[in-house]
Design a protein around this ligand. Structure first.
Ligand code: DAH
Length: 337
């Protein structure tokens, strides 16, 4: 008879209770009113009278142990969140916490904005799907200008198109604000170009516009000189090369001394010692008129730079396609920025 008690005691000790079903199973088998421990009490009548006391003590001990096991398991299961089964394997190694990184173009855009912010420039933006007026006509592009050609511009419908430059935002700002204006407009632009290491049909520009009384070309030069020194380092030189844009007069292309060879001549600068970063000029009086700003009273300058171009020069990136391929081996190199 005592062996039966010992056997059930062993079973009780070995029984694994890790979910509600097993707990219920345990109750039915052992602690419940019709369970095996209750049967053991019934058996007492078959025990020799002189052994009944010892037997009773054994069975009582077993009953207490089983009850304690039941109560403890119940509490543990209730404590697991929402009574769900705990499905976490605590022996697994932790999943490393990986942080995303900012895209190099975002990093550089922010850096450009920070520099011009110190000169009092604010931010403005305009739509990527633009009308002909803001992208071309108001900017003094003649009706038959080649840039309007199907080869350069993605036309959408009617006179709507994907803006080919951020200069369209200049027009929107001048139409809506009164001078003094000092604004920076970063954004995506589109051109119908075949994708290669040096060209893409989608890229980013950042436009600057400064309109006030008595603004001169000297202000333009000083502003961009400050920018170049802050962005590329004090030893970087800047030069303005006469050029033409329909919306500025005079116009100049902005070159900086090559960062790779420091002006001595290399492949990047095609052995000239200089690389172009954008265009600039004094806003054409016709453009001011188109935007209802009096050219007799106000003058101003504007500039536009390619964000990809500046990023490529700053970090010596040789292929434009890397910016859009999302190869994390490339992107991870900018982790610390
Ligand atoms: N919009 C011109 C381009 O995409 C760049 C540019 C040139 C912008 C001269 C300007 C400027 O604001 O004054 O090529």
């Amino acid at each position: 008879m005592f062996e039966k008690v010992t056997k059930i005691a062993q079973e009780v000790a070995a029984f694994d209770i890790s979910n509600k079903e097993q707990l219920e199973q345990f109750r039915i088998l052992y602690t419940g009113r019709k369970g095996q421990i209750a049967d053991l009490f019934d058996d007492i009548k078959n025990i020799a009278p002189d052994q009944r006391k010892a037997y009773g003590q054994e069975v009582n001990k077993l009953k207490e142990q089983a009850q304690a096991k039941f109560t403890q398991a119940l509490e543990q299961l209730d404590a697991s969140v929402g009574n769900f089964e705990l499905a976490i394997d605590f022996s697994l190694p932790p999943v490393p916490h990986t942080m995303g990184t900012r895209h190099p173009l975002s990093v550089v855009r922010e850096e450009i904005i920070r520099i011009f912010e110190r000169l009092g420039f604010n931010l403005s933006e305009g739509p990527e799907i633009e009308d002909d007026w803001h992208n071309f006509t108001a900017l003094n592009f003649p009706e038959n200008h080649p840039a309007r050609d199907m080869q350069d511009t993605f036309f959408v419908e009617g006179d709507m198109l994907l803006r080919t430059h951020t200069s369209s935002v200049q027009v929107r700002v001048m139409e809506n604000e009164k001078p003094p204006i000092r604004t920076l407009s970063p954004g995506r632009v589109y051109r119908n170009e075949a994708i290669s290491a040096r060209a893409h049909c989608v890229f980013h520009q950042i436009e600057g516009l400064f309109i006030d009384e008595n603004v001169s070309f000297a202000d333009l030069k000083q502003t961009l000189y400050y920018f170049v020194q802050e962005m590329f380092g004090k030893e970087t030189k800047i030069r303005f090369r006469p050029s033409f844009f329909p919306f500025t007069e005079p116009s100049a292309e902005i070159d900086i001394s090559c960062l790779i060879c420091k002006g001595t001549g290399c492949n990047i600068c095609k052995h000239t010692g200089w690389v172009e970063i954008g265009g600039s000029g004094m806003v054409d009086p016709e453009v001011l008129k188109n935007c209802n700003i009096d050219p007799e009273k106000y003058s101003g300058f504007a500039f536009g730079m390619g964000i990809e171009r500046i990023t490529m020069l700053k970090y010596q990136i040789k292929d434009l396609r890397l910016f859009t391929e999302n190869d994390i081996r490339f992107l991870r190199q900018f982790e610390s920025l």
